[in-house]
Ligand binder design. Sequence first.
Ligand code: PGA
Length: 254
Amino acid sequence: MTKDRKLIIAGNWKMNKTVAEALDLVAGLKRELANVKEVDLVVCPPFTALGAVAQAVLDSNLRLGAQNMSEHNFGAFTGEICAGMLKEFSVRYVILGHSERRQYQKESDALIARKAAAAHAASLKPIVCVGETLAEREAGRMENVLETQVRGSLAGLSKTQMDETVIAYEPVWAIGTGKTATTQQAQEAHAFIRRVLAGLFDEAVARRVRIQYGGSVKPSNARELMSQPDVDGALVGGASLEERSFADIVKNSI
Ligand code: PGA
């Protein structure tokens, strides 16, 4: 399969894996995926495992991502982690605005945009998540919601920064539910997001930005999803917690 944009597949481990478990998983992924060059591979462990995983991936094609970061660079923000701290562990990517954070931590588009700016200032590549709920989709508001989230969460970023930004389209109703968007639903949403990017930046930027799909991606549906013209990778939750399923998602996507 050929596409101008290089696929990027990231594992979002969420609040799973002790250090020992994380090292086990990474050892397995290194064995399974050592020869993969066609896809950018990213693992996003919890903060507590970043240091150990950073060492473990040094000699591999796996890149490190974090699941969140503060908009601030330092200071009295108990419990928060800043970009500079992530950089200490050679983190390259940071997931921002995941729907679980939008829902449970009430993260707004404006906050996510400030975090994205802070990430870029530290040369971290944000993976900015957007996606509609089932109620929003059923009310015919999908496009409206996606446009608001894309515009709001990327507000203030430059065209150059967009080249170092990944977008993840994750319909909330498909996350952890076993319900994957059909390939057609995914393609439609991705094409729509790309049109919004063209309006916000320009056609060339929109053509270059990689848009991942997320929501119950599994080995069995990866190939069909990745074959869609505007789907440039996957953000994988549940299926990224086991070496076999994550490796098969990657192999089935090539
Ligand atoms: P899931 O999660 O693959 O378990 O549906 C995806 C995500 O939340 O990033």
